[in-house]
Ligand binder design. Structure first.
Ligand SMILES: NC(=O)c1ccc[n+]([C@@H]2O[C@H](COP(=O)([O-])OP(=O)(O)OC[C@H]3O[C@@H](n4cnc5c(N)ncnc54)[C@H](OP(=O)(O)O)[C@@H]3O)[C@@H](O)[C@H]2O)c1
Length: 319
């Protein structure tokens, strides 16, 4: 069964999913969809070079339908700045329908749908999902979303040994968020609930996402347009802080922040500072306890994903 991974060139989710598909030894065959580029070979990991790449133009239905002609499932891990994120994925969805693909999954890999509606930069996911749901209800294609919480690999930021840090990050290149173990005096910001208590959060190692996707492909009944969530680990901030202290060997400053404080902070951030704006909105979501993912795929499979304790021990424990 051919599984197209739109954006499968990425060193993070693309590599994770392509690698998990290749590991099925032919049960599922990855086909990477990528924009035409002259620098593709050098930026691909060796495992991605073992997969077929089909070059597409996400604005051309003809191009997309041709690339999906013999494909059963389309998984998107696209991340496109601006409104093209919606149009490219909606084009991909309709091309998948026209090409006769059976299943489609948009680029989610974050929080719940409700949470995304509260974060401007992630609202595109909600718009795409509405379109997907319409297609599912009209019987044009089967579909699911794959929420996974926060990438656990944020916790690898700050590891000083280059080789260990690169392994811990698994291709992840963003800056720290919430957990600042890279600071000279490490600190964690905890968005507290209205009653002042600490919320829980789900984290998943990027490398486990691919295994969960294969588990989802193995489900025989229709996905049915539902959330197929996954969780490496779900824990409270008190446990997260104590694990960070134990494995970094440093004491961690904890700064609590309330929803009203975050709302005031948001007003001082210009919308042009879109990453800071998104992070502040995500923290507001945290105060509303919207950071926990229902781990449906954990229940449906025997996958033993990396826990936060295993992650901290494996990477920070070798510092
Ligand atoms: N849960 C978390 O903590 C977390 C953190 C970060 C991201 N995410 C989510 O994970 C998903 C993937 O994010 P990522 O950071 O892994 O993505 P990424 O590596 O930045 O991009 C993925 C792929 O998108 C394609 N792409 C980039 N710009 C494009 C454009 N303008 N037009 C068409 N295609 C373009 C590229 O493929 P080609 O160049 O080969 O075409 C690229 O390999 C997103 O849904 C994102 O929201 C979640």
């Amino acid at each position: 069964m051919r599984v197209a991974v739109a954006g499968g060139t990425s060193p993070t989710l693309g590599a994770s999913i392509v690698s998990a598909l290749l590991a099925t030894q032919g049960r599922y065959t990855p086909v990477i969809l990528s924009r035409e580029s002259k620098r593709e070979a050098s930026r691909l990991l060796p495992l991605q070079q073992n997969a077929e790449i089909r070059y597409v133009d996400y604005s051309s239905q003809t191009s997309l339908v041709a690339a999906l002609r013999d494909v059963e499932v389309v998984i998107s891990v696209l991340l496109i700045p601006g409104p093209d994120w919606i149009t490219s994925q909606v084009n991909l969805l309709h091309a998948a329908e026209e090409a006769g693909c059976g299943r489609f999954a948009p680029s989610e890999f974050a929080l719940t749908d409700h949470a995304h509606t509260m974060v401007d930069l992630l609202a595109a996911k909600h718009v795409v999902w509405k379109e997907v749901q319409t297609s599912v209800s009209q019987g044009k294609i089967d579909a699911a979303r794959f929420p996974c919480g926060m990438f656990m690999n944020y916790l690898g930021i700050g590891i000083s040994k280059d080789d260990i840090r690169l392994e811990a990050l698994a291709g992840f290149q963003e800056g720290s968020f919430l957990v600042h173990l890279d600071a000279p005096f490490p600190w964690i910001e905890v968005p507290v609930r209205a009653d002042g208590s600490f919320p829980n959060l789900t984290l998943t190692d990027i490398r486990d996402v691919g295994s969960f996707i294969v588990a989802a492909l193995d489900i025989e009944e229709p996905w049915g347009g539902r959330d197929l969530g996954m969780a490496g680990d779900t824990l409270g901030f008190i446990d997260l802080i104590s694990l960070c202290e134990r494995y970094t060997g440093k004491s961690i400053q904890v700064y609590k922040v309330t929803k009203p404080e975050l709302v005031t902070r948001l007003q001082s951030i210009s919308p042009g500072q879109f990453i800071q704006y998104m992070e502040c909105q995500l923290e507001i979501v945290g105060t509303l306890d919207q950071w926990v993912i229902d781990p449906t795929l954990n229940r449906l499979s025997s996958i033993q994903p990396m826990t936060v304790e295993q992650y901290m021990k494996r990477y920070w424990g070798r510092e």
